[in-house]
Design a protein around this ligand. Structure first.
Ligand code: NAP
Ligand code: ZN
Length: 361
């Protein structure tokens, strides 16, 4: 019988995988490829739990194959580099985000937008160029082409930096691309979860006035005092929502579930931009008239290119931006997923891989 590429891979690896759409994760042995000439191998120290991991382990988008090791907010320390690797060396602090491959020749790739390459390869639950399954960061080691690895600034604590690899760049990128990064602008951030809370920090560091729009009144004090938001709206409070109508240049919507767009469109000034980054499993209803009447723009955005990811994390280093995290042992991961469903986390779970992932567990 032919040996599968997985079995041919020489590096023994260990992680936690979901086996079916129950989403329950459990220990899983697998292997990773040898360090190729352009590859970086690193010991994983921390991995964030993005809501995308939850969508994926439960197959909410209908894209999942099992076994599935999630995790695309991965940081660690380099243990080996290939002979042609130029920008990284053993001992460096590095990170890998949502993607680990792309064609590197199409228009998007040529314009530093590998995230929009039709052949972009996600870090978890996809097929790599060699036909093998990609396994994410709930695991002990990673091997990736250096192009898809970023250097983490030395001043950032790694547990707080891990979520920047996805949540960070997913919110930094649309703020920059859609020009919502100009001092004095007013930007709304919808949903104070993993993405939303770092969106507030980035927008504030850019000099933008930020209003949070949330379903959770109990997040108000912290959003203002800790995250630095200028004001806070509870999306179900009609009075304050009406008073804020027509005041925002743009909105970054991070909500993971189906929710009404009409109140958000109403918050925009004429020519304002509503950018969706949250990825609900079902379509949202789009009220067209309120868009027409103010020449408003609706858009989507997915993570960021590699150049931009490095730029984002360097910006975070300069402004001391990290995520607010709850560090957990790997055997807490199923409980963490349950709590994430209830939005019971401030604001990102991060798995302490190095100290708690043991191949005997
Ligand atoms: P998260 O930590 O669970 O945060 C989502 C937030 O949305 C919650 O904290 C909650 O904030 C709000 N929310 C949840 N259910 C809601 C509902 N039914 N109605 C209104 N608001 C609700 O998730 P995340 O990790 O930030 O990810 C958010 C979404 O972005 C997910 O769908 C994820 O797959 C997607 N994502 C997209 C990209 C991309 O590149 N586009 C990258 C990463 C993640 P409040 O309590 O403040 O209301
Ligand atoms: Zn993510």
């Amino acid at each position: 019988m032919a040996v599968s590429p997985e079995q041919e891979h020489p590096k023994k690896a260990f992680g936690w995988a979901a086996r079916d759409s129950s989403g329950v994760l459990s220990p899983f042995r697998f292997s990773r490829r040898a360090t190729g000439e352009n590859d970086v191998t690193f010991k994983v120290l921390y991995c964030g739990i993005c809501h995308t991991d939850l969508h994926m382990v439960k197959n909410e988008w209908g894209l999942s194959t099992y076994p599935l090791i999630p995790g695309h907010e991965i940081v660690g320390v380099v243990t080996q580099v290939g002979s042609k690797v130029e920008k990284l060396k053993v001992g460096d602090h590095v990170g890998v985000g949502y993607m680990i491959g792309a064609c590197q020749s199409c228009d998007s790739c040529s314009n530093n937008a590998e995230n929009y390459c039709p052949e972009m390869i996600p870090t978890s639950g996809a097929k790599y160029h060699d036909g093998t399954t990609t396994y994410g960061g709930y695991s002990d080691i990673m091997v990736a082409n250096e192009h898809f690895v970023v250097r983490v600034p030395d001043n950032l604590p790694l547990h707080g930096a891990a979520p920047l690899l996805c949540a960070g760049v997913t919110t930094y990128s649309p703020l920059r691309y859609f020009g919502l990064d100009k001092p004095g602008m007013h930007v709304g951030v919808v949903g104070v979860g993993g993405l939303g809370h770092v969106a507030v920090k980035f927008a504030k560091a850019m000099g933008v006035k930020v209003t949070v729009i949330s379903t959770s009144p109990n997040k108000k004090a912290e959003a203002i005092e800790n995250l630095g938001a200028d004001s806070f709206l509870v999306s179900r409070d009609d009075g304050p929502m009406k008073a804020a109508m027509g005041t925002m240049d743009g909105i970054i919507d991070t909500v993971s579930a189906v929710h009404p767009l009409l109140p958000l469109i109403g918050l925009l000034k004429n020519n304002g931009k509503l950018v969706l980054v949250g990825a609900p499993e079902k379509p949202l209803e789009l009220p067209v008239f309120p868009l027409l009447m103010g020449r408003k723009i609706m858009a989507g955005s997915v993570v960021g290119g590699m150049k931009e990811t490095q730029e984002m994390i360097d910006f975070a280093g300069k402004h001391n931006i990290t995520a607010n995290v709850e560090v957990i042992p790997v055997d807490y991961v199923n409980t963490a997923m349950e709590r994430l469903i209830k939005t019971d986390v401030k604001y990102r779970f991060v798995i302490d891989i190095a100290n708690t992932l043991k191949s005997s567990s």
